[in-house]
Design a protein around this ligand. Sequence first.
Ligand SMILES: NC(=O)c1ccc[n+]([C@@H]2O[C@H](COP(=O)([O-])OP(=O)(O)OC[C@H]3O[C@@H](n4cnc5c(N)ncnc54)[C@H](OP(=O)(O)O)[C@@H]3O)[C@@H](O)[C@H]2O)c1
Ligand code: SF4
Ligand code: SF4
Length: 383
Amino acid sequence: MIYRELGKDKVKVSQLGFGCMRFPTIDGDTKNIDIAATTDLLRYAINNGVNYIDTAYPYHDGMSEVVVGEILNKENLRHKVNLVSKLSLWMIKSKDDLEKFLDDQLERSHQTYFDFYLVHALNKDYWKKVKEFDVLSFLDKAKKEGKIKYVGFSFHDESLDLFKEIVDGYDWDLAQIQYNYLDKYYQAGIEGLEYCESKGIGCVIMEPLKGGHLANNLPPEAEEVFKKANKNDSFASWSLKWLLNQNNVKVILSGMNDLNQVIDNIDTTSKYSVNSLSEEEKATIDNVLEIINKTKRIDCTNCKYCMPCPQGVLIPNNFAYYNKYYNFDCKKNRESIKGMYNSIFIDSEKASACIECGLCETHCPQHLKIRDLLKDVSTLFES
Ligand SMILES: NC(=O)c1ccc[n+]([C@@H]2O[C@H](COP(=O)([O-])OP(=O)(O)OC[C@H]3O[C@@H](n4cnc5c(N)ncnc54)[C@H](OP(=O)(O)O)[C@@H]3O)[C@@H](O)[C@H]2O)c1
Ligand code: SF4
Ligand code: SF4
């Protein structure tokens, strides 16, 4: 594993971080984490150099923090890692809740402190809340009390100006942004990354594979381009090495749920680092980007922030099927995707079950017009 330095104290962090939002589950129940399989993944990753573990209260419907804490303690791995959790402001109703929330997180995860504590998914509204509830003073106090060591924020808003305002608004140790070769100019994007660098703030990357699409959903033409350039490297590794090439990318989080993924991503992050990408490789990625941009219809990253829908609509799954339908330009694939949609989804999970209440749209970090898009999905698959 190759390490970089993060925060004012130059904490040594592994280039690969474990994102704890997509663990293996039992019977597809997000709350029911497969603890044995997850233990194997975390044990392998940590014993092979991963020292940055990113969880949050809402992940796996509240169970990620709990399970991660238990595994780290039980396997005697806690001292080897930087444990990261987040202050999810949508769960905070008053200033008094801030301390209760953090104490509850520490208690649930059986920890005495978090190494990094991030204000979660900041956007315009939550930044207002940060000011209204004097969250930054609370974070200073929590640091003094030893409940957290370092403070950062994660960001999900369209406005680069807001991003810069937040960067300048506190003495942060890190900024966590969504970034990958498809999202170079999306949200904070490359300009945000470089702005942070100019201020001495390192970036942690979320959704480096666009929720898995850049590894598992590439158009065949794009796969061919990668295979032709290097038949040994996985599609995931292309995305990771594009990120690793950049100096202010300190940690790449990946939500791995399978040992092969962990092994592959450790391999990539142990081989590649700043300036290891050749001009030819950059051109290969540009070529793939062009191909993908031609096929993609809905920019959903499967983060599941929109869930649960009160009506039971499986929003990201609907979008995944819609994108899959267009990813591969062949009749056989389209018929098979349509058939699978209608056999796998029960009626309440389908797009047509949406009653257009709009709740999901208030949570979508990608600001998707979910209601309109669900109508498109319904027309495509259910008519
Ligand atoms: N703070 C925030 O607002 C926020 C928002 C989003 C995410 N995050 C954090 O950032 C982390 C990373 O984001 P992410 O989970 O979306 O990362 P990601 O790497 O973009 O997507 C993860 C998915 O990629 C696939 N994958 C990973 N490695 C692979 C490999 N070597 N080969 C093939 N497929 C591979 C898997 O998909 P399959 O499951 O399809 O196999 C996996 O579930 C999250 O886990 C979470 O901790 C934070
Ligand atoms: S708008 Fe539709 S999909 Fe979204 S929460 Fe409401 S019913 Fe569910
Ligand atoms: S619709 Fe938005 S909130 Fe829901 S999974 Fe997709 S990107 Fe995430």
